[in-house]
Design a protein around this ligand. Structure first.
Ligand code: GLC
Length: 631
């Protein structure tokens, strides 16, 4: 019974308390616990009246002002209202803190998972999970929709950076460490945060061109899609559609059951064995069925075969994609084994439809009771009921973005940079180098180095949150050198070494799907401009995935992929100047050309094109002992 929940007594106690409470609940109250609304669609009074089980902030669902204190006030307002409902069942608030408490200005922003995969250090990921939990809990939030255990098959997928890589064993090991970090010493500690292992199953394995998330044929305006309208200006939306947005994410998984079990299921087993108490379902489809209606995978495999004792949550409005009739969507998703439904907007309709389905006998009351029993058991296990004055025991707001947390983020950013090429061993740069030319807006832009899921859903360029940049790091580490900054490279000055930073524009989810990963012409032009002005050129990439580099491979002496390093971008300067060593390794196959994609390790042995850089690639360097040791 205890399985990964922890000690059997605690689980038995939580289960018994859940059973006793369940017996006192009306059907409507049970359905309330199965309902999760987005904070802009519900008021605390409605939470109290309808006994909702959870409220969330979607990506960028921030209070105004966006401060830790305002976050805490908002979340505690919902929690307090729930405690005043007839049975006072505590509400659990959820956010996507996928690389730190990333919606909150001033929070510590860690490298996205693709960079943590490159480091491959479970202890580092565990420490990041712990710090993330502390900052999240300080704002009253006790549920984090992370870790993603995605295994990205086609790196043109906009969520590639949310995964640790294409090695299922590594993904499982790091996800388990993150779960342990979110837990800390015990699940019922005031700074323990519920993980949501996502997205079940094989979210990163969809085939390009199979996503139906955006109906290109008939829908012309994003205005009538309340979720995507939240992603940014409509004009930009139509542009990225032309570049491939929403062609992979939420698409169809074409692998057979054997590969599904071998490549995508193991990380769930590892995370569940580490104590994961919640799983979020994928938007995708497999075997002709939407995952959200897949009873075999959710109930038979996850709950019964893997023995998952927590509860399963849907993704954002995902059940609406099951069928044209909302009543059928509700019936099929609950029957498949979903226990709580993320209904960002019309949560009343969901509750009414589910109640009607139970009244008709289309959804057995036993299924409702199983779902609510699971939700309540987790809430008891998290200690949410024992919160008399608990909010006062949660971490103080001063922990958000504190220096000791930023030092861990700095370590992670420093260690995640992969040295792909080092012609003539130009890196680390000589400590006696007199001058340096830095180009590319990404060299001095916190928003670009953080990527998506930062302050807003899509993220964005500019000083969106406190942090440091590569340019600042270079100047801090080499105060004696002349470090010139020429963002667009249009200057004329020469320098012995030039560092060019090419940064992907931030994106999230399917908005980041692309037909091509090739460098833009303006990016190549910048590299060519700087090449003509320096003796040695170092190319630094800020990207959520491999880029097709083309001529840049020839033009650059050294190539560093720093992924999306987060708020502490100055750390990326360290291995470049020799204040630390390059150690990271590739965990994704790196294509030489768009035509070689998808490029993954799950194709038949020996099949498909070679990668430009293979999984495991990455050059090592040594740190300078000090200036006197310079060659
Ligand atoms: C999104 C994502 C999921 C996230 C959820 C809540 O659509 O697919 O990863 O946790 O909605 O923001």
């Amino acid at each position: 019974m205890s399985g990964a929940f922890g000690d059997a007594d605690a689980v038995a106690d939580a289960r018994a308390r859940a059973e006793s409470l369940l017996a006192r609940m009306t059907l409507r109250e049970k359905i309330g616990q199965m309902t999760q609304a987005e904070k802009n669609s519900v008021t605390p009074d409605e939470v109290r009246e309808h006994g909702l089980g959870s409220v969330i902030s979607g990506g960028g669902g921030n209070p105004e002002p966006n401060t830790p204190a305002a976050w805490r006030d908002m979340v505690l307002g919902f929690r307090r209202a729930a405690s005043e409902s007839r049975l006072g069942i505590p509400l659990i608030y959820g956010v996507d803190a996928v690389h730190g408490h990333n919606n909150v200005v001033g929070a510590t922003i860690f490298p996205h998972n693709v960079g943590l995969g490159a480091v491959g250090d479970a202890d580092l990921v565990r420490r990041i999970g712990r710090v993330t939990a502390v900052e999240v809990a300080a704002t009253g939030v006790r549920w984090n929709f992370a870790p993603a255990v995605s295994v990205p098959v086609d790196v043109r997928w906009g969520r590639t950076y949310e995964g640790y890589g294409q090695d299922p064993e590594l993904v499982g090991r790091l996800a388990a460490a993150y779960v342990e970090g979110l837990r800390g010493d015990r699940w019922n500690a005031p700074d323990a945060v519920l993980p949501s292992v996502k997205h079940y199953l094989a979210d990163g394995a969809a085939t390009i061109g199979t996503s139906t998330r955006w109906d290109r044929a008939s829908v012309k305006s994003v205005a009538d899609d309340p979720t995507l309208a939240n992603a940014g200006p409509a004009a930009e939306f139509l542009q990225v559609l032309d570049r491939g947005a929403w062609t992979i994410d939420q698409g169809v998984v074409g692998f057979d059951e054997g590969t599904l079990r071998e490549a995508f299921l193991p990380p769930y087993r590892a995370a569940i064995d580490a104590g994961a108490l919640n799983v979020m379902v994928s938007y995708g489809s497999w075997g002709g069925l939407r995952m959200h209606a897949h009873r075999t995978l959710i109930t038979d495999v996850l709950k019964e075969e893997l023995g998952f004792e927590g509860f399963v949550v849907s993704d954002w409005a995902a059940i609406d994609q099951i069928h044209d009739d909302p009543a059928v969507c509700v019936e099929r998703s609950i029957d498949a084994g979903i226990d709580m439904v993320m209904v960002p907007f019309d949560w009343r309709r969901f509750m009414d439809l589910l109640e009607a389905a139970v009244d008709r006998g289309d959804v057995p009351l036993a299924r409702i009771d199983d779902a609510v029993r699971r939700v309540l058991t987790v809430k008891f296990h998290l200690g949410l009921f024992d919160e008399a004055g608990e909010a006062e025991r949660e971490p103080p707001l001063s922990v958000v973005g504190r220096q000791e947390h930023r030092r861990i983020a700095h370590e992670a950013a420093r260690r995640s940079a992969v040295l792909l090429q080092n012609r003539g061993s130009v890196l680390p740069l000589s400590p006696s180098l007199p001058s340096l030319l830095v180009a590319g807006v990404g060299a001095d832009d916190v928003g670009l180095q953080c990527g998506g899921w930062t302050i807003s859903w899509m993220g964005g360029a500019g000083p969106i949150t406190p942090g440091s940049t590569l340019l600042q790091g270079l100047r801090r580490l080499r105060p004696d050198a002349d470090v010139a900054y020429d963002p667009d490279g249009r200057g004329a000055s020469r320098a012995p070494v030039g560092i060019v930073v090419l940064a992907e524009e931030p994106y999230a989810e399917g908005m980041g799907d692309r037909h091509s990963l090739a460098l833009e012409q303006e990016e190549l032009t910048l590299v060519e401009r700087i090449r003509a002005r320096v003796d040695t050129l170092v190319l630094v990439l800020y990207a959520g995935r491999p880029r097709v580099l083309g001529d840049a491979v020839r033009l650059a002496d050294a190539i560093v992929c720093a992924w999306l390093p987060g708020s502490e971008g100055a750390a990326v300067a360290e291995p470049i100047v020799g204040a630390s060593a390059f150690e990271a390794r590739l965990r994704l196959r790196w294509p030489a050309a768009d035509g070689d994609l998808p490029l993954h390790p799950f194709c038949p042995a020996g099949g498909g094109p070679a990668a430009l850089f293979e999984i495991g690639a990455g050059l090592s360097t040594t740190r300078w002992a000090g200036p006197e040791s310079a060659a």
